[in-house]
Design a binder for this molecule. Structure first.
Ligand SMILES: [Zn+2]
Length: 221
């Protein structure tokens, strides 16, 4: 079982976690305003040099809190993406209300050269073929458990099996009531009408492929 995106460990030895801040490093778009960009980029570069299995993320763009993407946010995202390309590392992307722009930058700067994961992807399916073509993966999160999330379930049903993962996005703030990644996987299997063990094998294999065969440092299983 693989949780493809979390910030805080669930401490479940049966779950491999792609942990932001442990084996993925980067400046989140919501922190881009307060960062000393040159310093952050130098720190990221040093971390990637020192951790041959580490990926970059989560990085991206965000319009949940701000109306428009600032040049600083765009610049920091692109600089981090360029580092991922230079080091050949997998990238975890955040694109709240900005997926079109995020994918445009991936096409321009990475052009299919590195695997990337669209974490929390909830946009309608129009962008899916382009993301697949560029080497992208999708992780389905706890929103799938919400019976009112009709559109999200429709999207989750149609995402291609060979690019699918599951995630919790567990943080220090939501850890107390964050569902387990197994609950997410079981609901997704139900929504897609496939056996859960089959979906577990597929999502684990996709996670391996995403990492390019590397096992993240500190991985438990
Ligand atoms: Zn996150």
């Amino acid at each position: 079982m693989t949780d493809a995106h979390c910030h805080v460990s669930a401490e479940d030895p049966s779950v491999r976690e792609f942990l932001i801040g442990r084996d993925f490093f980067g400046v989140h778009p919501q922190d881009s305003g307060c960062a000393d960009v040159a310093e952050e980029l130098a720190a990221l570069e040093a971390r990637l040099e020192g951790s041959p299995c580490a990926g970059v993320g989560e990085i991206g763009l965000d319009r949940l809190l701000v109306r428009e993407v600032s040049p600083a946010m765009q610049g920091l995202f692109e600089a981090q993406l360029a580092l991922a390309v230079r080091f050949g590392r997998p990238v975890v992307l955040h694109g709240a209300k900005c997926w079109g722009r995020v994918v445009e930058a991936v096409r321009r700067l990475a052009g299919g050269g590195i695997p990337f994961l669209c974490h929390g992807f909830s946009r309608s399916g129009g962008l899916v073929p382009e993301i697949v073509e560029l080497g992208g993966y999708f992780s389905v999160g706890p929103a799938i458990l919400n019976d009112h999330a009709v559109n999200y379930r429709e999207l989750a049903k149609r995402l291609p099996c060979e690019r699918l993962m599951v995630e919790t996005d567990r943080t220090a703030d939501n850890a107390a009531d964050c569902p387990s990644v197994r609950a997410v996987l079981e609901k997704l299997a139900e929504v897609r009408g496939v056996p859960a063990d089959e979906l577990e094998r597929a999502t684990d294999a996709n996670a391996d492929e995403f990492l390019g065969g590397h096992r993240p440092a500190g991985s438990k299983t």
